[in-house]
Design a protein. Structure first.
Length: 96
């Protein structure tokens, strides 16, 4: 069954989507895209680009938080202990 959404609304649903849910990543993912008016095609293409820019910015912000946490942990416990804890978590061993 086909579902129709406003452009903004469909991209808002991707935020709540499961990781396995197919999302729109390119205009070819939309059945009948070529039949739309040029202005609608342009709006959808811009929304796709904007969605991935926002996603990239969110991932960069998450990465900054993780890196800051790593830095503060290393400062607190020391680099050697940090590396050994990370390796232990990953099931790795230092070779002698």
């Amino acid at each position: 069954m086909r579902q129709y959404h406003h452009v903004k609304c469909i991209f808002d649903t991707f935020v709540r989507a499961r990781p396995t849910t197919k999302i729109i990543t390119e205009p070819d993912d939309i059945r009948g895209f070529d039949d739309l008016e040029e202005s609608d095609q342009q709006a959808i293409s811009e929304a796709i680009d904007g969605w991935f820019i926002c996603l990239q910015l969110e991932l960069e912000q998450i990465l900054v938080v993780i890196l800051n946490h790593i830095r503060s942990t290393v400062d607190r416990i020391g680099a050697g202990l940090f590396v050994s804890k990370v390796m232990r978590l990953g099931g790795l061993r230092l070779s002698s």
